[in-house]
Structure formats: structure tokens, C-alpha cells
Design a protein around this ligand. Structure first.
Ligand code: MG
Ligand code: MG
Length: 259
């Protein structure tokens, strides 16, 4: 496989498979988001995701990855990422929940995340999710040849900070392809002292994923080894798309309409 500065440049066949993997991932996520309402246990979404993977004939790519036990990361309120779905966690009015998942289609991975609002939520929660999604789209708009990876980081950081939100620095976006995580890392802030980022080239496929919080930027990992919670228990949101760098911009692959 062709590489530029350590980053895979996908060929037409690989792009077609990534298109499919991401479109199926998006179709599942859309269905999960449509079922968000007060009173349902988060395990219901895991069961739905598993059933849809079976229907599509694909494997949930998170399950078993570094030992992660579920198809779906289901992160409620103060959980930023990597939350476990649970029969005991019942969504209630005012919660926010993010779903993060990917499927593997003929050896290639999808990766996408959405934050959903449960019933009526606070203005602060709405603002957090909206700005995090806006940061994602600003990052995508900066993802084009002529820019480097940190142009994405800068676009996310500028908007998040202008809106008074905190950037979770512990987790970053990444390349995606035959492996769930490939080079380059895509931080949601411009790292100091690392010089220039990798220049973006057509054929790169990147998972851009801002994670923002209201209070602190400090995260703690629970004893389950995965669940990443805000140290101050404030709300956090997560939005993610996998995008293909084209000759003049970026094409979002994780949209269900493309399936
Ligand atoms: Mg993800
Ligand atoms: Mg990702």
C-alpha cells in the first residue's frame, strides 16, 4: 500500500470498501439516534447495533479491539468516550448520549460518532453538542490538499475556545483503513513544539473527532479500564466523521445516504 509520510494513500478499491463500511456504520448510528428517548436502557442500543451488523453481514469493529467488550461505545453525560452500554443505565429526560461505532466490511473499517439529546435538555447541553458538531464540520472544511493535519486541529480549537468550551486532549482523531487506528494522529488542538503536521494528500482517509466539555478538560478512566469520564462530572460531547481527502477538499464517508 502506498504511503506518504507514514500515512496510507488508499487506492480506488480500498476507497470503495471504506465508503461501504462507513455508510453502513452511519446507517446504524442514524437508527440508534432515532430511538433515543427517556426510559430506555443503553443496552437496547447495543442490541440494535448487533442486530443491524448481522443483517448487513458485517462485524462490529470495536468489539474485541484491545479487549473492548461491546459493538457500541455509549457515553452518557459526564462520560466522554468508551462508555459501556448497560441494562442498568436508563436514559432520562435532559441526558445527552454519544454513540461511537464502526463496522468492518471486507477488511476495512468505518468509524463515526454522534451525540443525541434525550428529550428536553439544558441550553448548556444543547450548546455543547451543537458547537462540538460545528467543530467537526469546521475541521472537515479545513481538511484539503494544501493544508496539513494541524489545519484541522486549528479549526476545531479556534471554534471550541471561542465558544468557551474545553477540549479533551487525551483522545485524538486518526487515520482509518484496514486498521481501526492508523497514522496520523489528529489532535483537536495544535500541539506545541512538534513542527508542521503531515500535509494532506488525496486518498488519505481520516477520522476527525472533536470531543468537548463544559467544565474541566481533565478526564479519569474508570476501573473497567475504558469508561472515560470528566473529572468534575461536567457534560461532554463527541462527534466524528470519517472523511476522504479529495483533490479539492474532503468527502464525508460516514453518511447513510451513500450506502
Ligand atoms: Mg469512533
Ligand atoms: Mg475514531
Amino acid at each position: 500500500m502506498k504511503k506518504f509520510r507514514g500515512v496510507f494513500i488508499k487506492n480506488e478499491r480500498e476507497i470503495a470498501l471504506l465508503r461501504k463500511a462507513n455508510a453502513l456504520t452511519a446507517a446504524i448510528l442514524d437508527e440508534l439516534v432515532a430511538q433515543v428517548r427517556p426510559g430506555v436502557p443503553t443496552m437496547m442500543f447495543e442490541d440494535m447495533a448487533q442486530a443491524m451488523c448481522r443483517d448487513f453481514g458485517v462485524r462490529p469493529s470495536f468489539q474485541g479491539y484491545a479487549g473492548f467488550p461491546y459493538a457500541l461505545c455509549c457515553s452518557v453525560n459526564e462520560t466522554v468516550v468508551h462508555g459501556f452500554p448497560s441494562a442498568d443505565c436508563i436514559l432520562k429526560e435532559g441526558d445527552i448520549v454519544s454513540f461511537d461505532m464502526g463496522v468492518e466490511y471486507e477488511g476495512f473499517h468505518g468509524d463515526s460518532a454522534r451525540t443525541a439529546l434525550v428529550g428536553e435538555v439544558s441550553d448548556a447541553a444543547k450548546h455543547l453538542s451543537r458547537v462540538t458538531e460545528e467543530c467537526l464540520h469546521l475541521g472537515i472544511a479545513a481538511a484539503r490538499p494544501g493544508n496539513d493535519v494541524y489545519a484541522i486541529s486549528a479549526a476545531v480549537q479556534r471554534h471550541a475556545e471561542a465558544e468557551g468550551l474545553k477540549i479533551i486532549r487525551r483522545f485524538v482523531g486518526h487515520g482509518v483503513g484496514a486498521k481501526r487506528h492508523e497514522k496520523p494522529e489528529i489532535p483537536n488542538f495544535v500541539p506545541q513544539g512538534l513542527g508542521e503536521g503531515v500535509p494532506l494528500k488525496p486518498g488519505m482517509v481520516l477520522a476527525i473527532e472533536p470531543m468537548l466539555a463544559i467544565g474541566t478538560e481533565e478526564v479519569v478512566i474508570l476501573p473497567d479500564g475504558w469508561t472515560a469520564n470528566m473529572k468534575d462530572h461536567s457534560l461532554a460531547a463527541h462527534w466524528e466523521h470519517s472523511v476522504l481527502i479529495t483533490h479539492d477538499g474532503a468527502e464525508i464517508l460516514s453518511l447513510a445516504g451513500k450506502r
